[in-house]
Design a protein around this ligand. Structure first.
Ligand code: KIV
Length: 295
């Protein structure tokens, strides 16, 4: 198998401009998925997914929390490093967890830098509005590319009182459009729009040079991202953010685990060829030794 061409921010910009990229001359919107482990990352890269997001949704889908707030930077950096080992060519985005960039600009730079230095990420993502423009500028000035996450910001769930779509009124939409401009001026290299109307996402996508990634924000963005567990039917109880199922992993896993439990209970696993065996001469010697000892 040929080694895939490294996807960089220049690749994503080229795709926005409608150019073909990579050794197989792909064009059109690029795909991004959340990823939380090495093995899955390797399969995703092999499948041609261009970008992986080590998202703080890890807290929900892998740790069972009912929000993303409990996730720590150490959690995500360890995971991101594993994802990078599995997928060396993808555009890898590290998601800055709650309170790793809000407290001070200094902390924001230091914490973002850890994703780049310790996990070889291509970019960090932070949930922002215009109040974070100075933070985006400062992280950018430190040489760290920033993806600005606008629209529904899950780390602010308690301010919304739930996961509610944003930008549905003209006034709210205008605010998000202005925020997108402000983020571009502050130096962000890409935008991620979560849970805003398709019409607003289309307007933002047309009005910026930056690659725009949609998450439940309609078909007109330059790229699309979803929480992988949601499209795989790998439900852990949290409400899926996207609806198109590409697999029924829960059903597949449930059947596999039930069969395994039945096989173990019925002594059907492991059987002879799934076991390690001694050579006959060694076994004879062992038996002889045991006999001698018991005399
Ligand atoms: O953390 C995450 O997985 C995200 C996606 C929902 C975009 O931010």
């Amino acid at each position: 198998m040929n080694k895939p061409t490294k996807v960089t921010i220049r690749t994503l910009r080229a795709r926005k401009r409608g150019e073909k990229t990579g050794s197989d001359n792909t064009s059109g919107p690029f795909s991004m998925l959340t990823c939380y482990d090495y093995s899955t990352a390797a399969i995703m890269e092999e499948a041609g997914i261009e970008s992986l997001l080590v998202g703080d949704t890890y807290g929900e889908v892998c740790l069972g929390y009912n929000s993303t707030l409990a996730v720590t930077l150490d959690h995500l950096i360890t995971i991101a490093a594993g994802v990078r080992r599995g997928a060396p060519s993808v555009f890898l985005v590290g998601d800055m967890p709650f309170l790793t960039y809000q407290v001070s600009v200094e902390e924001a730079i230091r914490n973002s830098g850890r994703f780049m230095a310790e996990a070889d990420c291509d970019c960090v993502k932070i949930e922002v509005d215009r109040r974070h423009a100075e933070t985006v500028k400062a992280i950018t000035a430190a040489g760290i590319p920033v993806m600005a996450h606008l629209g529904l910001k899950p780390q602010s769930v308690n301010q919304y009182g739930g996961y509610v779509a944003q930008g549905k009124s003209a006034e709210e939409a205008l605010f998000i459009l202005e925020d997108a401009k402000i983020m571009e001026q502050a130096g962000a290299v890409a935008l991620l729009l979560e849970a805003i109307p398709a019409e607003v996402a289309a307007l933002i996508t047309c009005s910026t040079e930056l690659p725009v990634i949609g998450c439940v924000s309609g078909p007109n963005c330059d790229g699309q991202v979803v929480v992988t567990h949601d499209i795989l039917g790998y439900s852990s109880g949290h409400p899926p953010r996207s609806v198109k199922p590409y697999a029924d992993l829960r059903g597949t896993l449930l059947n596999a685990f039930r069969s395994y439990a039945q096989d173990v209970g019925g002594r059907k696993f492991p059987i002879g060829e799934q076991s390690i065996h001694m050579e006959a001469t060694q076994l004879d010697t062992l038996r002889q030794s045991l006999d001698d000892q018991s005399r």
